[in-house]
Design a protein around this ligand. Structure first.
Ligand code: AMP
Ligand code: MG
Length: 403
């Protein structure tokens, strides 16, 4: 059976970034930049004042010296006149430092008279000046290809007048549910029918990765229905199916995909939940066949599909950070499979402390709602003592920030 690590490695080897498009800067928020960005000029562009005050020649200055105020330079104005010896120019924050001046004295360190100003404190050369290029120098690599564009990155690009930016294109992800027991959201289920909740859970997960989900509907447990909806799904960038991938005689997903020319890369992974997961490729389109149990569907999406989508959308960082956490209680499991334990992690002075979020049966959705991390219990082990450290995949981004 394919191990968790092999399965993940195979997936990340097979999938590749989907393509690049140029978009308006505001459209680029939440996307990944597809080329390195080097500063086209110095930032700031010119030496400028960091304070409202007076631009002075530091050699003229000492406490209680008074200077003649000969110029007035508001923000947005560049003065033609040099500051002469014994003189000062009134200057506002952000305005270019005039020729001759080499320091700024903040207003609050002066006393002003009609046309003169008296200095109250010592002044050193360079005081309160923001120098050209001190933030980002001309030509400096400012953003690396693969960087997610959030407000600071958008601010930087806007500063450099980048109105259009190259980003990795959004992925279209088709979602197909399978099973005769399913009915669509909004319809009244009869006895023995259940709502197709996986489609919604997967679509939500796809959206949160920054991709565009399309819900294809429900393939019924017969060959024709599977064939028509799956061939539709293969037109997307990625196809995700749920259920029908175990060994039941109505589990038609694998054989239908094979009939449609999908190359199966693996089927069955040594993990619990999520054992009956299959992965294949048709050309550059990956196909993830996830188990049907809602908990298994979400965990396998998280561990196998999410990293693939992020790689296809150009992210340099595809995997959640793995941290170590102490088990609050002893845990046992069967040997042979890596277990994803749904846990609640809290942070104390010694680091992460984790308790199980409740019944670990895959039929229990509530435990998924109550968890903020998955603890990874290695395949070969069976007994874990209270206080023992295990690997954690943090699902709650705010927890990551507390670390
Ligand atoms: P299967 O893999 O087809 O044996 O399905 C496993 C379990 O997942 C069954 O209890 C199904 O009813 C349930 N299930 C399958 N598909 C969905 C779905 N789209 N939404 C919610 N539950 C599902
Ligand atoms: Mg089924």
């Amino acid at each position: 059976m394919t191990s968790f690590e092999e399965a993940r490695r195979t997936i990340l080897e097979k999938v590749a970034p989907a393509g690049v498009e140029r978009v308006l800067l505001l459209e680029a928020a939440g996307r990944v930049i597809a080329a390195d960005f080097a500063a086209p000029w110095d930032m700031p562009r010119w030496d400028n004042s960091a304070m409202d005050g007076f631009a002075v020649r530091s050699a003229d200055c000492a406490p209680s010296v008074f200077l003649k105020v000969t110029d007035y330079i508001p923000a947005g104005v560049s003065s033609e006149d040099a500051v002469a010896p014994g003189c000062a120019a009134r200057i506002m924050t952000g305005a270019p430092i005039p020729a001759g001046a080499d320091a700024v004295v903040p207003l609050e360190e002066t006393e002003q008279q009609e046309a003169t100003v008296t200095l109250l404190q010592q002044v050193r050369k360079g005081d309160h000046i923001r120098f050209a290029g001190e933030d980002v120098a001309d030509g400096e690599p400012a953003l690396a290809k693969g960087t997610l564009l959030g407000p600071p990155q958008i601010s930087l690009l806007a500063t450099f007048n980048a109105a259009m930016v190259p980003v990795y294109r959004k992925l279209r992800v088709a979602i197909l549910s399978t099973g005769d027991e399913l009915v669509e959201l909004g319809t009244e289920p009869k006895q023995s029918e259940i709502i197709n909740s996986n489609a919604l859970a997967l679509a939500a997960a796809v959206k949160l990765c920054g991709a565009e989900p399309t819900i294809l509907g429900i393939a019924r447990d017969n060959r024709e229905s599977h064939l028509s909806l799956m061939s539709e799904g293969l037109k997307a960038d990625v196809l995700i199916t749920s259920a029908g991938v175990s060994a039941g005689d109505r589990d038609l997903v694998r054989e239908t995909l094979a009939e449609l020319g999908v190359q199966e890369e693996f089927w069955k992974v040594g993990v619990k939940p999520g054992g009956p997961t299959a992965f294949g490729m048709k050309g550059s389109t990956p196909i993830f066949s996830l188990p049907g149990n809602p908990v298994s569907t979400m965990i396998t999406f998280e561990e196998f599909v999410r990293p693939a989508l992020l790689k296809m959308m150009g992210h340099a960082k595809m995997l959640r950070r793995t941290v170590r956490g102490r088990l609050a209680e002893a845990v046992r499991k069967k040997p042979g499979k890596l277990n994803f334990l749904r846990v609640r992690a809290t942070v104390d002075e010694r680091g992460y402390l984790v308790s199980t979020s409740g019944d670990q049966n895959t039929g229990i959705l509530k435990t998924m709602l109550a968890c903020n991390a998955l603890a990874l219990l290695p395949a070969d082990r069976t007994e874990f003592a209270a206080g023992e450290e295990v690997d954690l995949h943090l699902l709650d981004p705010t927890l990551e920030m507390e670390a």
